[in-house]
Write a protein that binds this ligand. Structure first.
Ligand code: AMP
Ligand code: MG
Length: 404
């Protein structure tokens, strides 16, 4: 039985990286660039003014000098003929610097007199000019393959006229529930039945990871139904099943996957919750068999499936960020397994607390709802003292950790 870390590295070394597609620029937000993108021209493309003011020849500009104003260049216009000695041209921010000029004097440092401008202060050569290529040189790499695209990257690509961007394809992820006790959301609940909530939580988690869920419905607890649905599921890039993976006599998931040619790499991990967790591949396609208990399903998704999907979609950093937090209250566990303690991270007076989010039984969904982090309690340790530091995997990004 692999440990937590071993299981995760088996998974990460057995998932393929998906190929590339070209998407429109806005659609590339949050995706991973599949190729380097080079600047097709210098940026700025021409020397231009950083201020509203006057383009001048710095050698003419002693304090108190008066220059004749011979033209006006608004933004969007091109430069007029060369500016002659003793002259200046009124210029707006972003407009091209006219030939002959080597500085801009901001309007607030001047006084206008009829058709002349009086300079109040000292003028340095090159001041308030944005020079051609000072930001990016033609041919420079502006987006590196493997980068997650954020608004500044979108700005950069837009500035260079890139309407389409090569990114890694989104993983299509088939989500299959198993069990005779399940009814679909919207159907009537009869005695002994529960709603197939895992389909929704998994599809939501897949979407939140940037991948595309394909909900396959419910495989009933017989081989025929399993075979049909799983055959369908193996057409996607990834198949995730939930439930039917422990030792019960109706737990058919592993048998059926084996029959369908999925090579199983492990089927139990030294963790709690989520111990009955299987992973296999068929012709390079990953198959995750998650436990059925809704809390275990979500925890194992976060710890194992999410990193795998990110890797497939070209991400380099796929292991969730861990932060150190101070445990509030003593926590005990049996040695021998890594425990995933559902906690609330709260920051008070600069101390980041990890507060157990409630009853840690896997049947308690409310604890998972309340949690915004998972404290990973090491395998061999049994007692975690009040005030001890624990490593917490943040579930929802940093900003939310600061809310009251
Ligand atoms: P199993 O592994 O099939 O024994 O399922 C473990 C537990 O998870 C049982 O209590 C199931 O009723 C529950 N469960 C299984 N599948 C789902 C599902 N799709 N949605 C919600 N709960 C489920
Ligand atoms: Mg079942």
């Amino acid at each position: 039985m692999p440990t937590f870390e071993e299981a995760r590295s088996i998974i990460l070394s057995n998932v393929p990286t998906l190929g590339m597609e070209r998407v429109d620029l806005l659609g590339s937000l949050g995706r991973v660039a599949a190729e380097d993108v080079a600047a097709p021209w210098d940026m700025p493309l021409y020397d231009n003014s950083a201020m509203d003011g006057f383009a001048v020849r710095s050698e003419d500009c002693r304090a108190g000098a008066s220059l004749r104003v011979t033209g006006y260049i608004p933004a969007g216009e091109t430069a007029t003929p060369a500016v002659l000695p003793g002259c200046a041209v009124r210029i707006m921010t972003g407009a091209q610097i006219p030939p002959g000029c080597d500085a801009v004097v901001p309007i607030e440092e001047t006084e206008e007199r009829e058709s002349a401008v009086l300079l109040r202060g000292k003028v340095n050569r090159s001041q308030h000019i944005r020079f051609r290529g000072e930001d990016v040189r033609s041919g420079d790499t502006v987006v590196t393959a493997g980068t997650v695209l954020h608004p500044p990257d979108i700005s950069m690509l837009a500035s260079f006229g890139k309407a389409f961007v090569p990114v890694h394809r989104k993983a299509r992820v088939a989500v299959l529930s198993t069990g005779d006790e399940l009814v679909e959301l919207g159907e009537t609940l009869s005695p002994g039945k529960i709603i197939n909530s895992n389909a929704l939580s998994l599809a939501a988690a897949v979407t939140a990871t940037g991948a595309e869920p394909v909900i396959l419905g419910i495989a009933r607890d017989n081989m025929k139904s399993h075979r049909e649905r799983m055959t369908e599921g193996l057409k996607a890039d990834v198949l995730i099943t939930s439930a039917g993976v422990s030792g019960g006599d109706r737990d058919l998931v592993r048998d059926c996957l084996t029959e369908l040619g999925v090579h199983q790499l492990f089927w139990r991990v030294d963790i709690k919750p989520g111990g009955p967790l299987a992973f296999g591949v068929k012709e390079g396609k990953p198959v995750f068999s998650l436990p059925g208990n809704p809390v275990s399903t979500m925890v194992t998704f976060e710890e194992f499936v999410r990193p795998a999907l990110l890797r497939m979609m070209g991400h380099r950093r796929v292991i969730p960020p861990y932060v150190k937090a101070t445990l509030r209250g003593e926590v005990r566990k049996k040695p021998g397994k890594v425990h995933f303690l559902r906690v609330r991270i709260e920051v008070e007076n600069g101390v980041r607390w990890a507060i157990p989010a409630g009853d840690q039984h896997t049947g308690i969904l409310r604890t998972m709802v309340r949690a915004n982090g998972i404290a990973v309690l090491p395998k061999e340790k049994a007692v975690f003292a009040d005030g001890e530091e624990v490593a917490v995997h943040l579930l929802r990004g940093d900003a939310e950790m600061l809310e009251d």
